[in-house]
Structure formats: structure tokens, C-alpha cells
Design a binder for this molecule. Structure first.
Ligand code: NAP
Ligand code: GLV
Length: 321
């Protein structure tokens, strides 16, 4: 019997796919850190039943029209702003994502960025490695405390709650903003619901973990940074496009806010010449929120399980659509 065909847009070690090889015919792009050229992708998907995609792949009408047999796009990410859901609906293609399995790991990264920026970890590390440490000094690399401060979480979803859980261990005052209130989370995490403006005005750490949508496009703009405390630290582990990067740069230059920890950028990848990288008060990471080996393995498995379910006519496990 012919096996359903799957195309993966990035190379993934065969050991993660062994369990699926006898039921699926799996082909993949040959490189791990380089995207498949779109023309190559179009040829590869002509006969596939399933597409294993990553967050930098644009899944749109043009792509879907090249894959007449496609039944499912499994996105190796919880965010799916790279996918045109309306076009998928038109083509009767199921879309799946990877919620939950990455929440704790991404929250760890968010907290790491808070600690790295507040305690100037990266700067201090570079100082030592550049052989500049000549003596100890009373206010040498003095940063800002995290414990006991106020954290404002914009997007108190799965990852937002995992961040709040960590913040309780630091005796932080927790406040959050969503479009809707989560009374159960408020009780469990001793978190306070506040308006967006109140959160900006009163938080020492403003952490965003909202999905990127039309509504959240440049949510953090000039007006938002102006409302923040001059001592505030801004952390973005959501999507770059929720931030007006010119306004952020300005806020960091003029001292409107103190520092920023950024895992995501408007146009990824960025280079060393990106103005936010050039700032002394930023820590910039290459979109590694969920990047632990354990979690990435779970994400691959969930994508493959979703594919296997859909090509066998079953319900997807984590369908977005
Ligand atoms: P989730 O459980 O759906 O949580 C998203 C939260 O954002 C919800 O509580 C939602 O509440 C809130 N929200 C949505 N639109 C909003 C708006 N316009 N204003 C205020 N709040 C809004 O999703 P998740 O699993 O936590 O993931 C969140 C996002 O994190 C993903 O979409 C992805 O973009 C990003 N992410 C990044 C990384 C990374 O590597 N850096 C890793 C994983 C995820 P309401 O609906 O009540 O507003
Ligand atoms: C990563 O950015 C994700 O959305 O999973």
C-alpha cells in the first residue's frame, strides 16, 4: 500500500522520525539552518499529503495552490501567524500547532531574559572574556533586583501563566493584561488584572507573550514606551511585530525605559548591524524561546502525531483549524 507523503521544510535528525517511517513516506529539505527555497518547496509539495512547516515558512494561497493533495500543515510552533488560515480553510487543509509542550521552556527563556537584562549578565560576561576585570568595585555592574518587584504580563495564556508561576518564587507582585479576565489564574497565582495602560505605568518588568494578530501589531509603540517607568525593563518573547522597533530604540536611547530583552524581531533573522543589537542596554537572542532539546523533540513528535492522525482520517490532536 502507498504510504502518505510528508515533506519537512527543515532537516531533522532521523532519530526523531523513526517511529513514523513505516507508516509515512518522509522527505525533507537537506539543510537544518537554511530555509528551503520557495521554488524548490513548490516542486516538493506537488504530491504530498502533509507539510511539516516551521515558523519562518509562509503558508499562503500561492503555496496551497501548488499542493492539490495537501491535507494538513503541521507548524512546529505554537504561534501560527505565518499561516493564512482563510486560505487553508478554502483548500480544506487542517492546520496544527504545538501548544503546551513548549510553555515551560519558553517561560524559562523569558525569565532568563529578565535576569540577564536586570543583572547585566551578558555585559559582565563580555567584560571578563575581554580581559577587562582588574579589580572589584562597590557599584561594579550593579543592576536591578528582580525579587519583590512588579511584573506585568501582557498575554496571560499558557506561557504567561508559566512565567507568573516563576515570578511567585521571586516574591514578585504579579499583574497581567488580556482581552479577557482569567479569574482562576488570578486566584492560583495571586495575579491582579489591570488595564494595558495601568500595567505599563506600574510594572518594573513588562513581559509580552501575546500572539501576533492585526490587533497586536505594534501594540508596543511610542505611546506605550512613554507610559512605562524610566526604570522599566521590557521583555519580548512573543513576536517582533508586536513592537514598533523604532519607538523601542528611541525609548532605550533616551532613557524612557532602562533595558530590553528580546528573543524576537520584526524581520528575522537580524544581523549584528541591527540598531537594537548595537545598544548596550539590550540582550538580543535568535528566537530560541522553546529551544531545549527535550522540548524541540516533543514539538517534532506532536507535529508528526498530528500529521499521522489527519492522513489517517482522524481528528488532529492540536488543530488550530
Ligand atoms: P495562548 O495560551 O493562546 O496565550 C495568549 C494570550 O494572549 C491569551 O491569554 C490571550 O488572552 C492574550 N491575548 C491575545 N490577544 C490579545 C490582545 N489583543 N491583547 C491582550 N492580550 C491578548 O498562547 P501561548 O501558548 O501562551 O503563546 C503565546 C505566543 O507566544 C504565541 O502565539 C507565540 O507568538 C509566542 N511564542 C514565542 C516563542 C519564542 O520562541 N519566543 C515560543 C512560544 C510562543 P485573550 O484572548 O483573553 O486576550
Ligand atoms: C515560537 O515562536 C512558537 O510560536 O512556538
Amino acid at each position: 500500500m502507498l504510504k502518505p507523503k510528508v515533506y519537512m521544510t527543515r532537516k531533522i535528525d532521523e532519530k526523531y522520525l523513526e517511529a513514523y517511517q513505516d507508516q509515512l513516506e518522509i522527505r525533507m529539505w537537506e539543510k537544518e539552518e537554511e530555509a528551503v527555497p520557495r521554488e524548490t518547496l513548490f516542486k516538493e509539495i506537488e504530491d504530498v499529503d502533509a507539510l511539516f512547516a516551521v515558523l519562518s515558512d509562509t503558508i499562503d494561497e500561492e503555496l496551497l495552490s501548488k499542493a492539490p493533495k495537501l491535507k494538513v500543515v503541521a507548524n512546529m510552533a505554537v504561534g501560527y501567524d505565518n499561516i493564512d488560515l482563510e486560505a487553508c480553510k478554502r483548500h480544506n487543509v487542517t492546520v496544527t500547532n504545538t501548544p503546551d509542550v513548549l510553555s515551560e521552556t519558553t517561560a524559562d527563556l523569558g525569565f532568563s531574559l529578565m535576569m540577564a537584562t536586570a543583572r547585566r549578565i551578558v555585559e559582565a560576561n563580555e567584560w571578563v572574556k575581554e580581559d577587562k576585570w582588574k579589580s572589584w568595585a562597590p557599584f561594579f555592574f550593579a543592576g536591578t533586583d528582580i525579587y519583590g518587584k512588579t511584573i506585568g504580563i501582557v498575554g496571560m495564556g499558557r506561557i504567561g501563566e508559566a512565567i507568573a508561576k516563576r515570578a511567585t518564587g521571586f516574591d514578585m507582585n504579579i499583574q497581567y493584561h488580556n482581552r479577557s479576565r482569567k479569574k482562576d489564574a488570578e486566584e492560583r497565582l495571586n495575579a491582579k488584572y489591570v488595564s494595558f495602560d495601568e500595567l505599563l505605568e506600574t510594572s518594573d518588568f513588562v513581559v509580552t507573550v501575546v500572539p501576533y494578530t492585526k490587533e497586536t501589531e505594534a501594540l508596543f509603540n511610542k505611546a506605550a514606551f512613554q507610559k512605562m517607568k524610566s526604570s522599566a525593563i521590557f521583555i519580548n518573547i512573543s513576536r517582533g511585530k508586536v513592537v514598533d522597533e523604532d519607538a523601542l530604540l528611541d525609548a532605550l536611547k533616551t532613557g524612557e525605559i532602562q533595558a530590553a530583552g528580546l528573543d524576537v524581531f520584526r524581520e528575522e533573522p537580524i544581523g549584528a548591524d541591527h540598531p537594537l543589537v548595537g545598544m548596550q542596554n539590550t540582550v538580543c537572542l535568535p528566537h530560541i524561546g522553546s529551544a531545549s532539546v527535550e522540548t524541540r523533540a516533543k514539538m517534532v513528535q506532536l507535529c508528526m502525531d498530528n500529521i499521522q492522525a489527519v492522513v489517517n482520517g482522524k481528528e488532529a490532536i492540536t488543530a488550530v483549524l
